[in-house]
Design a protein around this ligand. Structure first.
Ligand SMILES: NC(=O)c1ccc[n+]([C@@H]2O[C@H](COP(=O)([O-])OP(=O)(O)OC[C@H]3O[C@@H](n4cnc5c(N)ncnc54)[C@H](O)[C@@H]3O)[C@@H](O)[C@H]2O)c1
Ligand SMILES: [Zn+2]
Length: 360
């Protein structure tokens, strides 16, 4: 088993990465301090993994809340179902919320844990590649609003992250590719060597080779843990993790939540960041082409949807959380592995990159 640590002083926590962890009761129970737990999952994941997870809680009082499946249900109304479950069962402040699922379940259960009785314990058990490499680690939780993605939320760290790679066996191919988008992101942000490894080993990931997947998950979590440990609340370098996301969130919102997967929108968004960086003379033709090629080979879109216009992009990007004091900061690249957060661009640079990135 690989155990990484997200170092946040007293709030530090382990990230376990291994196969065959579902069913290991001790692993889970050592992170539960009270005598009750609420499992939050969804209607797709529950039939696959709920029973095994419940069995890990024997001896504790535990209940489950099963949400409808999909990004379009990541909202305040559906969030209420979790509070209902907690209150109906009279769970107290010492209870533990266990998120069993992908990023949608993790973000919603996390926000419920952050806000129920001003905060109860949280454990993340991510079951998608995307959630194992990204969303379960780092403590961002929340839901969408009709006017903007992830606009309601809180920073709230779990007590532990338990990423069982066996759960990836049942993941649809399209979701696997969406997870690979976030893995590629780490290479582009700060690790050219890992990007090179991905160019060599992409097919092994797509073929679900266990050792390739474990290596990519470990490296991704390690990078994310280091970035978050240094800047938990995104006052600085944590914003690098949003490479491709300001463009991507605009696509997700414009297309209707759930129609483009988050990872797909991030894939196209990272291509847009590469195009803009290249047009500004920051990234070489070769490196920008390498970036687009890897994203395409991962089975991800490399262009924004034809239905979108530059005006729509600019309107949606202006509500992004990366806007500070009215200035939209973007994550751009000086090269592979050399991303930076910047507002040093001309409005024309942005419009031109968007126009060139919309599919025809
Ligand atoms: N908090 C963060 O830091 C952070 C980071 C990145 C993304 N996110 C959020 O994460 C969400 C995307 O997460 P996601 O890609 O995991 O999507 P998701 O949670 O919607 O899961 C994708 C699909 O796979 C299904 N599924 C999950 N595990 C499965 C399994 N083992 N076998 C078969 N099917 C399974 C789900 O039911 C769903 O239909 C977005 O809402 C995004 O905003 C958050
Ligand atoms: Zn993301």
């Amino acid at each position: 088993m690989t155990t990484l640590t997200l170092d946040l002083g007293e709030r530090s926590y382990p990230i376990y990465i291994d196969n065959a962890m579902l069913g290991q009761a001790d692993l889970l129970k050592q992170h539960i301090s009270g005598n009750s737990a609420l499992i939050v999952s969804n209607e797709t994941i529950a039939p696959l993994y709920l029973e095994q997870t419940q069995a890990m809680l024997s001896g504790l009082r535990h209940e489950s809340v099963i949400l409808p499946d999909g990004e379009k249900f990541k909202n305040l109304e559906v969030l209420n179902q979790i509070y209902d479950g907690l209150l109906r069962n009279r769970f107290d402040r010492n209870t533990t919320v266990i998120a069993l699922g992908g990023g949608v379940v993790g973000d919603m259960a996390g926000f419920a844990a952050a806000s129920y009785q001003r905060g109860v314990h949280l454990i993340q058990m991510p079951t998608t590649l995307l959630s194992q490499v990204d969303s379960s680690v780092g403590g961002k939780t929340g839901v969408n609003h009709a006017l903007g993605k992830n606009m309601i939320g809180a920073f709230y760290q779990p007590k532990a992250v338990i990423a069982d790679t066996d759960t990836l066996d049942t993941l649809p191919d399209r979701e696997l590719s969406a997870g690979i988008a976030e893995i590629i992101k780490y290479g582009l942000i700060c690790d050219a060597e890992f990007f090179g490894w991905l160019e060599q080993n992409l097919q092994a990931l797509l073929d679900r080779d266990k050792s390739a997947l474990s290596y990519a998950i470990e490296l991704s979590c390690q990078t994310k843990a280091e970035i978050v440990a240094a800047d938990e609340r995104e006052n600085g370098n944590r914003a690098l993790l949003n490479l491709g996301h300001t463009f991507g969130h605009a696509i997700e919102n414009a297309m209707g939540y759930g129609n483009w997967l988050h990872g797909e929108a991030v894939g196209a968004g990272m291509c847009m960041a590469a195009t803009m960086s290249n047009q500004m003379g920051w990234m070489s033709d070769k490196e920008s082409q390498q970036t687009v090629k890897l994203i395409e080979q991962a089975g991800l879109p490399i262009k924004a949807p034809a239905e979108m216009t530059a005006e729509k992009f600019l309107e949606l990007m202006s509500v992004d959380k990366k806007v500070l004091d009215g200035v939209l900061r973007l994550v751009l690249m000086k090269g592979i592995g050399q991303s930076l957060v910047t507002s040093e661009y001309e409005p024309d640079d942005l419009s031109r990159a968007i126009e060139q990135s919309i599919a025809t």
